[in-house]
Design a binder for this molecule. Structure first.
Ligand code: FES
Length: 124
């Protein structure tokens, strides 16, 4: 397990992200409402640079003919074909079996670091 300092906390304010390189991997680090999450910059569908896609929300469960938007800034949409992933878990919104790899993020004394080699989620 290795810890990679990647930025000062103030350099990634809420609603923004940064793509970094660590251990030969391209990883997007996102500030979602004050919490940091990191995902592999590789879409499990056909390999697009996932982190070049928009950050958005999604429609929530609702009654028929009712559309309620929610979870703003928590969803990452692939720029190629629109698959959507939960930034907090890496899980796709359409299947519990499809996910993007995620990495733990720690913030110590104002420095954001990635933890690589810890128990990592994998995509299938
Ligand atoms: S490559 Fe990402 S949805 Fe197709």
């Amino acid at each position: 397990m290795a810890v990679y300092p990647i930025a000062a906390a103030e350099d990634i304010p809420p609603g923004t992200f940064r793509i970094v390189q660590a251990e030969g991997r391209s990883i997007g680090v996102y500030n979602v409402k004050g919490e940091y999450y990191a995902v592999h910059n590789y879409c499990p569908h056909q390999g697009a640079e996932l982190c070049k896609g928009p950050i958005c929300g999604t429609t929530l469960e609702s009654q028929v003919h009712e559309y309620i938007y929610g979870r703003d800034q928590e969803i990452l949409r692939c720029p190629w074909h629109g698959w959507e992933f939960d930034l907090k878990t890496g899980k796709s919104l359409f299947s519990g079996k499809v996910r993007v790899r995620t990495y733990p993020v720690v913030v110590v004394q104002g420095t954001i670091s990635l933890v690589i080699g810890a128990k990592e989620a994998t995509h299938s």
